[in-house]
Design a protein around this ligand. Structure first.
Ligand code: HEC
Ligand code: HEC
Length: 275
């Protein structure tokens, strides 16, 4: 499956970076960016959490039959076609086959023009529930929401992460960058201290990765369930004895945008399996 952690687009990113100054203002074939300036690139080579995972964890992810995340994807496929709301509409009624969502997940979080705010994929799905289906939003972190999110993300398997950080997204990005560097909690540590400065070191028998999110929503063996990016952020906060923020909060969205940007070019693994 597409989650093997290899990074097919990296050579292209390297080339872009190398040509950086010469290319300013030029029209380049960056996916989704044609006609605009190439985006700012993250300052290092991103590596998927897959590369840091134990061989037995990777084996579960790679096995189409053993990967438990696939149950969420199957459930998502069913929900995609399940009618709801007064007009008995399903996702399929408007979007057609889910393949129409190819590449979409790789661009989230994104500004929703109607609410003029940054939303992540789960929130975007809920906007369709309320705005277009006329049904109640799914509770955040609920099985149906994560199933739909995993299913939509699956349509981008193998696609490079490419969030936008320009326009209205810019201030969210700046806030995310700030949060990433902010020392919090009793341990007084920031994300960057583990995921930039201690990459490859062991922490309580776990190898610290770059904290990338290209595998999310991911199946976490420790919980026996699929987890959103925000739930994973909470867990890192808890581990560092800091007060976690609410799932779906603006600050976690800002952080998610920054972390997604940091992983620009990493391919979407759907569904990834982590410890
Ligand atoms: C004290 C060290 C530490 C701090 C601080 C920390 N993390 Fe983590 N984080 C870990 C460890 C250990 C893991 C599990 C192993 C791994 O994937 O890196 C992890 C995992 C992750 C993952 C999952 C990566 C994957 O591929 O599954 C993400 C995302 C993440 N952290 C983001 C963050 C963010 C954002 C912050 C700041 C709010 C943060 N972490 C703070 C230690 C830390
Ligand atoms: C009545 C039509 C309708 C239904 C039903 C509907 N959507 Fe949408 N969806 C839209 C429209 C229109 C947009 C474009 C943004 C907007 O206007 O809200 C959209 C946008 C999206 C996007 C963002 C696409 C992007 O490129 O960023 C996602 C993801 C999505 N829908 C998922 C779903 C899911 C999952 C369901 C089922 C729960 C669903 N939609 C049901 C009409 C619909």
């Amino acid at each position: 499956m597409a989650g093997n952690g290899t990074n097919a687009v990296r050579p292209r990113l390297k080339r872009l970076r190398w040509l950086g100054p010469a290319m300013m203002g030029a029209v380049v074939g960056w996916p989704g960016w044609v006609g605009s300036e190439p985006p700012e690139l993250p300052p290092f080579s991103p590596r998927s959490g897959y590369e840091f995972a134990r061989p037995e964890t990777r084996a579960i992810q790679d096995d189409e039959f053993a990967n438990p995340g696939l149950f969420w994807i199957e459930r998502g496929a069913e929900l995609w076609r399940s009618p709801a709301g007064p007009g008995e509409r399903s996702c399929h009624s408007c979007h057609g086959a889910a393949t129409a969502m190819a590449g979409t997940a790789a661009t989230y979080p994104k500004i929703d023009e109607v609410v003029a705010r940054l939303v992540n994929l789960e929130q975007r799905i809920n906007l369709c529930r309320t705005r277009h289906v006329g049904a109640e939003p799914y509770p955040l972190e609920s099985d149906p929401l994560l199933s739909l999110s995993a299913y939509v993300t699956r349509q981008s398997a193998g696609e490079p992460l490419r969030v936008r950080i320009d326009g209205r997204a810019r201030e969210w990005f700046e806030r995310g960058r700030e949060l990433y560097r902010e020392r919090v909690g009793q341990m007084n540590v920031a994300c960057t201290q583990c995921h930039d400065q201690r990459v490859g070191h062991l922490l309580r028998a776990e190898r610290i990765s770059q904290g990338q999110i290209n595998g999310f929503p991911a199946y976490l063996l420790r919980w026996g369930t699929v987890s959103s990016v925000h739930r994973r952020f909470q867990f890192c906060n808890e581990q560092a004895r800091a007060e976690p923020l609410p799932i779906g909060s603006d600050d976690y969205n800002a952080l998610q945008l920054y972390v997604a940007w940091r992983g620009t070019g990493l391919v979407v693994e759907a569904p990834a399996v982590r410890r």
